[in-house]
Design a protein around this ligand. Structure first.
Ligand code: BGC
Length: 695
């Protein structure tokens, strides 16, 4: 029988998530009694972190032993538990390339378990700021330039992690430029906010029951995010029914006392500067802050501690940290995140045979390159570099490593040259200024946004030199976002995006290069031909306009053809998508696509569903991703992928009536294996009579 795969199986994705199905109302009587017994001092203590610096990686907040109220113990972050050694998974954008929600759920489970084993109870992840521009320094921490894709991956991560700990999706909202993050104002209207920049937060809150939310550093429409009642009260709590607590981003994330608490920002992290006893008392005395507002925040905080039975949580055995299962998962994820962008005449996979001579070029090949060294920094006891991986995996052939070769003619003797080029934490990441780097024993500022999307000159030269001396060059590109390719792309045979592939990354890359694995992912970010295809990008900007156009939506609108489109990626095999069947359910569409592996080896297809609203009375982007699924298939195998498209996903946000609207117009459904090459699935019209299929 032909196998059937659900693109997003809600019950499987959200299994075991302790944040779902909580009866908050039932806690109220107990909560009333507890709050009535708290002194004012005990209440104020709940509103802030306890110390500037973490203790063994844990940031403590609140907690009152005499009343049996435990402290929150918060731990970063998006690619693993940032405390001591832990399993360093591939960065989030790499994992997103797998387009595999069940896999991301397993990563959430593993990171949640390791955080719990380290004594933490709140995971400061996932980072889900939309990748508005690929130059964003923290691009690697997030999942996607597309909000549907981001929402599905993030909800799966949250549900996985919340089997063990609370999560805190961040940074709410519009934190998508690094260098000026403390000062800039992201300016936006309600339509772009609701349609593009918030749906993934909404999904984490409503569908995955995220227990808390971290506010952002930046302003939104000139008001600091942590003081923005529009975001924190109206949207998060009134519209979405969020029952958890909001904590600020660290240090400069809380800018005021009364204004922040009044807006609904409950906890100042990492310690009480603006929420000190003195400042809180002053604000009460001056009348800017009411006791009821303090009580409201304390109630939200303590309620979540009760709801999660935090006091009863016990830490799993420390052996789960970096256990074999997590390391194996890290390798699987890395393999599924690799994106094959070019493969002339199927040069890859290489056949490992006696006499094969592989030249390995670039010092990055031998370096531990796990990504950012800001708050998402995680490292593992051992890390498999690309060089380690290749040396381990090759059995018959020979690898010669030239980190910084002077003698380029050596490449002429090799059958193939693998160049490892790309970026490191110095080129991109959370911005760590000189002062902080010095205090930590380093001496150089690191990270920040990338003003240019091309490779640093020295990395480019490496490729160009290799091309001069070898006619079979394969480039393995490391980095956390889109890197534009130069003319060199024409002269190389193969290109693989390997991201920052985590502690088992080298092994995953090597096994893939030699064809032991064929698990390729697809691009979660467009690679443009150059910056002119993207919106203006100024890493010193203090005002940043946000609208409905970003990522492939922007390129579509201006009719730019990218170098590599969103959703694109090759495989060692090929897939065919059938015409597909579309039918109506009560409140949406069911799309069934038959996928066939027509090539010689097993692999995974990633069919993507895009919808275009036609003849609309309002502005619409050309198309939007509304569904996707990962379909692993043996050679010659077929499967049916079932994608649900709820009518709700077709709504647009009407600014005048401040509500979602399902417009009566024509909806064109298309399916494909990349956003630039789509086949029609038929048009459906909504009119006074209901839905009609167009012939
Ligand atoms: C980052 C957050 C992080 C926090 C704690 C901040 O600078 O923006 O993402 O969770 O530090 O380390």
């Amino acid at each position: 029988m032909i196998k059937r795969i659900k693109a997003f199986d809600h019950s499987a994705v959200h299994l075991g998530n302790r944040g779902l199905g909580i009866d908050y109302d039932a806690l109220e009587p107990q909560l009333d009694t507890l709050l009535a017994n708290m002194t004012q001092q005990q209440k104020l203590n709940e509103l802030r972190g306890r110390q500037k610096h973490p203790i063994d990686g844990l940031y403590y907040a609140g907690g009152e032993q005499t009343l049996g109220i435990p402290a929150f113990k918060m731990v970063d972050g998006p690619r693993g538990a940032r405390t001591g050694s832990a399993t360093a998974f591939p960065v989030a954008i790499a994992r997103a390339a797998s387009f595999d929600v069940m896999l991301e759920r397993r990563v959430g489970l593993a990171i949640g378990l390791e955080v719990a084993a380290k004594g933490g109870n709140v995971l400061l992840a996932p980072t889900i700021n939309l990748l508005r521009h690929p130059g964003w320094g923290r691009a690697q921490e997030t999942y996607s330039e597309d909000s549907h894709h981001m929402g599905a991956m993030a909800a799966a991560f949250v549900s996985g992690a919340q089997n063990y700990v609370l999560t805190s999706p961040k940074h709410f909202a519009l934190n998508n430029l690094e260098n000026t993050r403390f000062d800039l104002s992201a300016d936006i209207g309600s339509r772009a906010l609701h349609e593009l920049y918030l749906p993934h937060f909404k999904r984490c809150v409503i569908e995955a029951g995220a227990a808390s939310i971290m506010s952002a550093y930046n302003k939104v429409n000139d008001i600091y995010s942590g003081e923005q009642p529009w975001l924190l009260e109206q949207i998060l709590r009134q519209d979405w029914g969020f029952k958890g607590f909001v904590e600020s981003d660290w240090f400069l994330g809380t800018r005021s006392t009364a204004a922040s608490l009044n807006a609904g920002m409950d906890i100042e992290m990492p310690a009480g500067f603006r929420y000190s006893d003195e400042k809180l008392q002053q604000a009460l005395l001056s009348g800017e802050l009411e006791q009821a507002t303090i009580d409201r925040s304390v109630r939200r905080i303590v309620r979540q501690k009760m709801a999660w039975k935090l006091a009863e949580m016990t830490a799993p055995a420390p052996e789960v940290v970096e256990c074999d299962a997590h390391r194996a998962l890290a390798e699987d994820v890395a393999a599924q995140s690799l994106v094959l962008l070019k493969n002339n005449q199927q040069l890859l996979p290489l056949r490992d045979q006696s006499g094969l001579k592989v030249a390995l070029v670039g010092d990055l090949a031998g370096q531990v390159n796990l990504g950012d060294r800001g708050s998402s920094f995680v490292t593992s006891t051992t890390v498999s570099t690309i060089k380690d991986g290749l040396e381990e995996v090759i059995e018959y052939g020979q690898i010669d490593f030239y980190p910084e070769t002077e003698d380029w003619s050596a490449l002429e003797q090799a059958d193939v040259t693998l160049v490892v080029a790309g970026l490191t934490y110095r080129d991109e990441g959370e911005f760590i200024p000189n002062m902080q780097a010095e205090a930590e024993g380093g001496n150089l500022a690191r990270g920040g946004d990338r003003a240019q999307l091309s490779l640093p000159q020295q990395q480019r030269q490496l490729i160009e030199r290799a091309i001069k001396h070898s006619d079979k060059v394969v480039v393995l590109l490391q980095g956390g976002s889109a890197i534009t390719v130069g003319d060199w792309i024409e002269s190389i045979e193969a290109l693989m995006m390997v991201w920052y592939p985590g502690c088992e990354g080298g092994r995953a890359v090597a096994r893939t290069v030699f064809g032991q694995r064929n698990d390729f992912g697809r691009l979660p970010v467009t690679i443009p031909t150059g910056p002119e295809q993207l919106m203006p990008w100024d890493v010193t900007a203090l005002t940043v306009p946000h609208d409905l156009l970003s990522g492939y939506r922007y390129l579509d609108h201006y009719q730019h053809t990218p170098a590599f489109a969103f959703g694109f990626g090759l495989s060692y095999t090929q897939f065919e998508l059938s015409q597909g069947q579309v039918s109506r359910s009560q409140d949406g569409f069911i799309i069934e696509i038959t996928v066939t592996n027509t090539g010689p080896v097993a692999g995974a297809a990633v069919p993507q569903l895009y919808v275009s609203a036609q003849d609309s009375a309002v502005f619409r982007v050309k198309k939007e991703l509304k569904g996707f699924g990962r379909v692993p298939l043996a050679a010659g195998e077929q499967a049916v992928l079932e994608i649900e498209l709820p009518d709700q996903d077709l709504y647009y946000y009407d600014e005048d009536c401040a509500d979602w609207v399902l417009e009566q117009c024509r909806y064109q459904l298309q399916i494909g294996q990349c956003s630039q090459s789509l086949q029609p699935l038929g048009d459906w019209c909504l009119d006074g009579r209901g839905w009609q299929q167009q012939q």
